[in-house]
Write a protein that binds this ligand. Structure first.
Ligand code: PMP
Length: 296
């Protein structure tokens, strides 16, 4: 668990020549994603006597929790949408956790959705539900850990923070920390088309139903882990663009990252006119290895 964090920051000099764009490679965490940090933080306040943990996840929180459960000797149940990549499901099972496949949506408002199923599984004694979509500990993990680490690594040289939005914990926690260090820093969110967060920030309504094949980012209904007060603007990108940029990251930068990293990179490409002369930082939450049979 102490090996979590201290992930490298690299420049995207080939994709964005003439700009100063850097990415923090969160797939270098031992459980394979940025979610290791949140799970570690949440388990610090695990109620005494807990012997089983439950969480709904697009896959990465589940893997992080399954890894931690192996270390701590806990039983672990993870609910995921059926559309979750097979590599992510197998990865959770490899740590000894049980995976529950749920409805193929973003889990918000149906009884068969992965959030509702997790709530039902968490009934009973000595069971703890982490609840990343509602727990204040989600963004607090990034406020206390990821944000300060990024600030230190960049020696404070950052003007714009661009970040994908799933639960909203990463952008809200890192964004708040960075803005406290530098008042005029700009925080920009990126999400798939017709996801719910842009409306919260810009009041621009969606022009269709939310449906995205990019895992980890985008929601039909916003999660309360997202803090709209921290985010200055949100752009939406088409799945095709997200996956194009994901493949380009691998083939041109040598960075094999997941679809949400492609999504945020597509957002940066769209925002480039606003980024000239600025130091721009983002995070790449997970690895492309988990999507080899899906996007590559
Ligand atoms: N990308 C991936 C691959 C993820 O698993 C997640 C977490 N759902 C995110 C991005 C978004 O992070 P957050 O939940 O903190 O908004």
């Amino acid at each position: 668990m102490d090996a979590i964090g201290n992930t490298p920051v690299v420049r995207l000099g080939r994709l964005f020549p003439g700009y100063d764009v850097v990415a923090k490679l969160e797939y270098m965490n031992p459980g394979g994603s940025i979610k290791d940090r949140m799970v570690r933080h949440m388990l610090k306040s695990l109620p005494a006597g807990t012997d089983r943990v439950v969480e709904s996840s697009s896959g990465n929180t589940g893997a992080a929790l399954a890894m931690a459960s192996a270390v701590l000797g806990l039983r672990c149940d993870v609910t995921v949408p059926q559309t979750t990549s097979i590599e992510k499901i197998k990865r959770i099972r490899a740590y000894g956790a049980e995976v529950h496949l749920c409805a193929p949506d973003d889990g918000v408002d149906t009884a068969a959705g992965y959030q509702a199923v997790a709530e039902r599984l968490a009934q009973g004694d000595n069971v703890h539900h982490l609840d990343q979509y509602r727990s204040a500990l989600n963004r607090e993990a990034h406020y206390r850990d990821t944000g300060p680490e990024l600030w230190r690594q960049l020696a404070g040289e950052i003007d714009v923070f661009v970040c994908g939005i799933g639960s909203g914990g990463t952008i809200s926690g890192i964004g708040r920390y960075l803005k406290e260090q530098k008042r005029d820093l700009v925080v920009l969110g990126v999400e798939p088309r017709n996801s719910a967060y842009r409306k919260l920030v810009t009041d621009t309504p969606a022009d269709g139903a939310f449906a995205s094949v990019v895992e980890g980012v985008g929601k039909r209904q916003p999660s309360s882990s997202f803090d709209p007060a921290i985010v200055d603007d949100v752009v939406q990108v088409a799945d095709d663009d997200a996956l194009d940029w994901c493949r380009r990251l691998a083939a041109e930068e040598g960075i094999l990252a997941g679809g949400s990293s492609g999504c945020v990179t597509a957002g940066i490409a769209r925002l480039l006119p606003r980024l000239a002369g600025k130091r721009v930082a983002t995070v790449f939450p997970d690895s492309g290895v988990y999507y080899l049979s899906k996007y590559f």
